[in-house]
Design a protein around this ligand. Sequence first.
Ligand SMILES: Cc1cc2nc3c(=O)[nH]c(=O)nc-3n(C[C@H](O)[C@H](O)[C@H](O)COP(=O)(O)O)c2cc1C
Length: 199
Amino acid sequence: MDVIEAMETCSAARYLKPDPVPQDLIERVIYAATRASSPGNSQEWDFIVVRNPETKRKIRDLLAPRFKAMAVGLPTTGRAPSKMIAGAMHLAETINEAPAIIFVCGPVAYPPNQPLEQFVWSALYPAAQNLIVAARSLGLGTTFTTFHMFMESEIRDLLGIPQEIKLGVMIPIGWPQNDFVKVKRKPISSVIHWDKWSD
Ligand SMILES: Cc1cc2nc3c(=O)[nH]c(=O)nc-3n(C[C@H](O)[C@H](O)[C@H](O)COP(=O)(O)O)c2cc1C
């Protein structure tokens, strides 16, 4: 698949089938993630792939009520939650049914002489974006999430993640229930500034 076509149809897949994803495909998307750029080619990233049903259930039990409590204050369409919030709620409530949940994480380690936290995120986000685009090219659905922020200390305990490792992105992955759709984004004419900010 053409890479731009994969990017423009890499819509968040919040409704996933429970059907298993072969390990070699998980390794393929992590391979793609680790082809990303990172500061000084430091490659300070790690990927925790959670497939254990009991662990996924514990994650769901932590996440779903907290997400629900937060979602009460979010925008609605009329009286119903927006499609995005409804989808995120569904994902939170069923995340244990996703064949795998990938945590993209890494240490504060760059630059080596004086590590700065901002460089962790600048490594983890491009890797996560590569991962979701690669998954899309293979027909796998993902959602780029920060769901871990609702339960970070519990996730650390559950997965044995040391304090010095920062959690960047939590990505459920599986075969999508729905077709991928073209993402809706601003037209480039509204974001490009040729030569200077304004003319
Ligand atoms: C940093 C970041 C955090 C996100 N966190 C969540 C999240 O916690 N839950 C979720 O369902 N989607 C999350 N998303 C996905 C966005 O909501 C989604 O990409 C956006 O609504 C556009 O939808 P589309 O990609 O399907 O076009 C996140 C995306 C980014 C980049």
